[in-house]
Ligand binder design. Structure first.
Ligand code: MN
Length: 259
């Protein structure tokens, strides 16, 4: 059904060069969906706000990050759907790649759809979504409301507002981005992420040497001949999307080499 949700994401990136996951669509289970907010120091600092829906992460870039003040509406630019695995990405997107710069997991947790209706995907399409968040920094009721896409000239339809609803968590005085700037995973500030410690992805462990596309192909072809359990396609036409087929639990212990 949702087979092509990641197409845009995948065509925008060279997975031979960036440590980000090529990703795949995750089967939707009964559990509460997850959310992640990544603080991303690209050419402009912003917060990537992502909600699990339809097996992927629906994504918005929020330049100023969330505010607990219900009178403050934060611009949120909807971006391409990201793979579910992206939620565990903390690291450095190398120079020359889309979104180059440091990324930390600023917050993560689960979310629950509130309204309107009983279907979050439909609500999203209608341009309004109210939900409850339970993370380490994000709590209570929030809303995303689309403000563009009404056919005006030059309007890409991707402008939304992220806002806090009035509830017991609302707070006009504390700026959460200010008081809690660190990663909830590594406790690092965004500019403290080192390229030597790039994200441990769920792809196959990398070997030593420069992680060029050519080196990868060679290494993976070798690995494929050694390991009979590997899919035969890994040996021959190794494409960047082939990583999407690696098993979800193949978490390497070895880290990617510095570039
Ligand atoms: Mn970003």
């Amino acid at each position: 059904m949702a087979g092509n949700l990641l197409k845009k994401y995948q065509t925008m990136r060279d997975f031979g060069d960036t440590p980000e996951p090529a990703g795949k669509i995750k089967p939707v289970k009964g559990k509460k969906p997850i959310f992640v907010i990544q603080k991303h120091h690209a050419s402009h600092l912003h917060y990537d706000f992502r909600l699990e829906m339809e097996g992927v992460l629906k994504s918005w870039a929020v330049p100023k990050g969330p505010s607990y003040d219900p009178s403050v509406k934060r611009l949120a630019m909807m971006t391409e759907d990201h793979p579910y695995d992206y939620a565990s990405f903390e690291g450095v997107i190398p120079e020359g790649n889309y979104g180059a710069g440091n990324v930390i997991i600023w917050d993560q947790g689960t979310w629950e759809f509130i309204e309107p209706g009983d279907d979050a995907v439909k609500a999203l399409r209608s341009g309004k979504l109210t939900f409850r968040m339970e993370g380490k920094k994000m709590f209570g009721e929030w809303a995303l409301v689309r403000i563009s896409g009404r056919g005006k000239k030059g309007d890409k339809g991707n402008e939304w507002l992220l806002l806090k609803h009035r509830d017991e968590f609302a707070n006009e005085k504390i700026d959460v981005t200010e008081v809690a700037p660190r990663s909830v995973v590594s406790n690092k500030l965004v500019d403290e992420v080192s390229p030597k410690k790039v994200w441990q992805s769920n792809r196959k462990a990398g070997g030593k040497g420069t992680p060029t596309v050519a080196a990868k192909l060679e290494k993976e072809a070798k690995a494929a001949t050694k390991s009979p359990r590997r899919s035969p396609r890994a040996a021959s036409s190794r494409s960047r999307s082939s990583r999407a087929q690696s098993p979800p639990k193949a978490r390497p212990t070895r880290r990617r080499q510095p570039r």
